[in-house]
Write a protein that binds this ligand. Sequence first.
Ligand code: PMV
Length: 352
Amino acid sequence: MLDNAYNASGSPNIALVKYWGRRDDALNLPNNSSLSMTLGDGLTTTTSVLFSSKLKEDAIYINEKKLDLSSATNEKSGFMLKAINYMRSAAKMDSHLLVVSKNSFPSDAGLASSASGAATLVYALNGALELNRPTKELSIIARQISGSACRSLLGGIVKWNKGSMGDGSDSFAEQIVSEHYWPELIDIIAMVSESKKKVSSSEGHKATVRTSPLYKARPSIAEASVSRVIDAVKAKDINSLSEAVMRDSNNMHATMLDSWPPIMYLNDASKAIIETVHEINASHGENIAGYTFDAGPNGHIITLRKYENEIRERLSKLSGVSNIMVSSSGPGPSRISECLITDDLIAENSKV
Ligand code: PMV
């Protein structure tokens, strides 16, 4: 019965140069290119997709919760349904689908679970529907669910080209180096106690573009940072990479604070992480680590494996840091054998 299920695994990514602010909200077209590291080390989303004429309607389960597809949900689930329907009609498939997806990492980890989920879903749909679309095209589809998701279609260090076309056909992700290029590079994730963020990234993108005078300077600054970080990665230059990563995170958060009303994702623990990383770098006489923060207070410290213990020890002493995880760079999505769809679940969602 499960013969037609397609199972895939994919991972979140951490932006080294951030995407913040769009030129087109419906297509998720950014004002600047961005760059990220796809994570690995067991930080994964597993997704199973099954199309079957037995199903009475579409059903999607994320982290064991069934999504309500009938009511107007948030922007991202609306975009997800649009992508599903686009791919289903491209394959001339008229059956309903069952999707079961779960993350191996805590949903409050400040990891882009929506990016990992959207990228893995698009990859699994491509497989289940035998569409055989190239990765570039899959990244364009995933981008329309959640912008940063397009970067999780590839492993290693990935650039999302901002593009200039109105239809978004040149706004896609491409790999700069694979996950094998610089295996010593790691992301130490310092989780800080967090309540759900007040401003979603979807709202934040719009509010900053609309209200921050400072934001006008950001796209060209970020574009220059992308080139700087690519050069640093290719040269395996941790000093230059760390500085560029910290400056870019600070620059993005400055435009958030400059929005009206101000948007503040960082908290006291985040600020303590920032100070600690600067202290560590000062004691080494060069930048051996760089912090970066997405739309939330959890810190990501980009560094080399040989500095892991020293940094962990310092971070674990900070009040507010509740958990520390470490990941090196991982691959893009792949097909796996583990199937999350059970016969019971199919029966529950089948016609009587
Ligand atoms: O993809 P979104 O709409 O969730 O936006 C993500 C924005 C940041 O995480 C703050 C930066 C990035 O490039 O991932």
